[in-house]
Ligand binder design. Structure first.
Ligand code: NAP
Length: 320
């Protein structure tokens, strides 16, 4: 049986692994079969992670975190968790076809999943002009017109990146002011290829085989217009990935996993959570990494306390 299993391979999971491995806990990290490395694998330049003054590409940063975790003895499994059994002293993690891993503690760091607009044609044309990842799909839109939906940092980052390929990028936002940081806003406003369409929501995605346009409706007066684009990038935020722990761990009203104060302790002893899955507010790579540190230290302290308790009980039992 393992001391600790970490579920998730974003900045929180890998940082927890680095700390747990350096504490000689020989962690097993379940990294997912396809989406390993988390959201930063789909990002271009990361300019705000400390220690990289010249910026670093998202996938490079994740590769370095993985190497650092492995250097200290983390074992990584590239498979998907299908079941978690968290109650009791032995926690069970089922992966892929049914292999079960057991551990005394779990660090749950599954991050968040992209939000969808919820339109039927958005799902139908996903991969055929509808995308959630400019880094992955931007190159398909060379000299084309595309729309990016959203008004946060993700939307502006996607829009700015897409100007490398597309002739024109429409930034469609449902309000008349952005949520994105000032630096991102300044960069996007200064880009001649980006045109802002304010107070607009997407009502339709047109096209038989591929996106051939989108229908917008004004949030001010309901006026409908059609935008002539061949790509739509949805960047409207993300929701915490909690489906594996529904009914087991307590959640907050925002849908994140509830933890005690500034700790990573969840509603089940021996189960700790870190990163975006507990964070409805900050959601940064650096805050996720810090949160991974907290989870590894909490797991370490929990295991030490359990061992102390057992050591105290055993001699007493022996003399009884
Ligand atoms: P976000 O900050 O939650 O912004 C989501 C945007 O999408 C908002 O503008 C929101 O509109 C809009 N939106 C939400 N649901 C919508 C819907 N159904 N239809 C139309 N629009 C909708 O999400 P994010 O941009 O993904 O950023 C998440 C976090 O990651 C933030 O903390 C951000 O700072 C961080 N981040 C940082 C970087 C970076 O620093 N390089 C890059 C990306 C993300 P309203 O404004 O009207 O609510």
């Amino acid at each position: 049986m393992r001391q600790v299993i970490i579920v998730g391979s974003g900045p929180a999971g890998y940082t927890a692994a680095i700390y747990a491995a350096r504490a000689n806990l020989q962690p097993l990290l379940i990294a997912s079969s396809v989406d390993f490395g988390g959201e930063l694998m789909k990002t271009t330049e990361v300019e705000n992670f400390p220690g990289f003054p010249e910026a670093i590409m998202g996938p490079d940063l994740m590769m370095r975190m993985q190497q650092q975790a492995e250097r200290f003895g983390t074992e990584i499994v590239y498979d998907d968790v299908t079941k978690l059994e968290l109650s009791g002293d032995v926690k069970r993690v089922t992966v892929g076809e049914g292999t079960v891993h057991e551990a005394r503690t779990i660090i749950y760091a599954t991050g968040s999943a992209y939000r969808k607009l919820g339109l039927a044609d958005e799902a139908r044309l996903s991969g055929y002009g509808v995308s959630w990842c400019a880094t992955c799909d931007g190159a398909f839109f060379k000299e084309k017109k595309v729309a990016v939906i959203g008004g946060g940092d993700s939307a502006l980052e996607e829009a700015t990146f897409l100007t490398r390929f597309a002739d024109k990028v429409y930034l469609v936002h449902r309000r008349d002011s952005l949520r994105a940081s000032a630096a991102m806003q300044d960069r996007a406003f200064a880009d001649p290829k980006i045109e802002f369409l304010w107070n607009q929501e997407v009502a339709h995605v047109y096209g038989d085989e591929r996106v051939a346009g989108i229908g917008l409706v004004s949030t001010v007066d309901g006026t409908e217009t059609t935008l002539d684009v061949t790509g739509m990038f949805v960047a409207i935020g993300a929701d915490p990935r909690t489906h594996l722990v529904h009914g087991q761990l307590d959640l907050t009203p925002e849908g994140t996993i509830a933890v005690e104060g500034r700790s990573s302790r969840t509603s089940i002893p021996g189960v700790f959570a870190a990163g975006d899955v507990i964070d409805p507010t900050y959601k940064q790579a650096a805050t996720a990494a810090g949160s991974g540190v907290v989870a590894a230290l909490d797991a370490e302290h929990y295991l030490a306390a359990q061992d102390d308790l057992q050591a105290a009980v055993q001699p007493a039992a022996a003399t009884a």
